[in-house]
Design a binder for this molecule. Structure first.
Ligand code: SF4
Length: 222
């Protein structure tokens, strides 16, 4: 229980510092805060896959309850593992800029990952790790009830397509895609902006911009 309280407090402390305003967990912003806290606890004590043996801090996710937009990334990296919070490193800065591009404040969004523990050396998530952790994500979606989900990178997108293929989404009727009954838009993981160069980087930027505009347009219709 101490670990859960410590984690919740670290989220609140970070949110206060990052967004320069005070956050409190109160019952009027979540339909069932007890279930939410119980889910945090379940994640903190989870030993369902081998990643629990190497993780420093599990990353549950952060953001408002009942958000319009929920973002699902791949897995925590080194900075996230250290802080216990999602997207706090350089990729997180890129994500913040991506949201600003479509005039969305990060504080309005709930941000989490497919995996709650960091794979050592940022290895690709293994199928058994994803299947072990997916029920937590499903429960988060059920409790948070976002109106739309943005997935980042091919592993997060793979829970939609079932085959890890991100760009395949271009060929599917966009409005029919959903995860756990919530409509989904997919784009690249912001980390790719840190590791790509030249023409490839430019092409990725264009595709991300198009995906984000599609997200914004969809959000305006919800
Ligand atoms: S990655 Fe998920 S399933 Fe694996 S130990 Fe961490 S919380 Fe549990």
């Amino acid at each position: 229980m101490d670990k859960v309280i410590k984690h919740l407090n670290s989220i609140l402390k970070f949110e206060s510092k990052y967004y320069n305003r005070k956050f409190t967990i109160s019952k009027d912003v979540c339909e069932d805060e007890n279930l939410f806290e119980s889910l945090v606890k379940d994640v903190m004590v989870c030993t369902k896959c081998n990643l629990h043996t190497t993780v420093k801090n599990k990353v549950f996710g952060m953001g408002p309850r009942n958000p319009k937009l929920m973002i699902i990334g791949e897995a925590p990296g080194a900075d996230e593992d250290k802080e216990g919070l999602p997207f706090v490193g350089r990729a997180g800065e890129k994500l913040t800029k991506m949201l600003e591009y479509i005039n969305i404040n990060r504080e309005e969004v709930f941000i989490t990952n497919l995996l709650k523990c960091r794979p050592p050396q940022n290895a690709d998530p293994l199928p058994e790790q994803i299947s072990s952790c997916l029920p937590f994500l499903q429960k988060q979606v059920e409790l948070l009830k976002p109106k739309i989900i943005l997935t980042l990178g091919r592993y997060a997108a793979s829970i939609v397509t079932g085959n890890g293929s991100l760009r395949m989404l271009d060929y599917i009727e966009k409005d029919s895609i959903s995860i756990f009954g919530i409509p989904v838009i997919s784009t690249y993981h912001p980390a790719v902006l840190l590791h790509s160069k030249g023409e490839k980087l430019e092409n990725i930027r264009i595709q991300i911009a198009n995906d984000l505009k599609r997200l914004k347009s969809r959000m305006e219709r919800i």
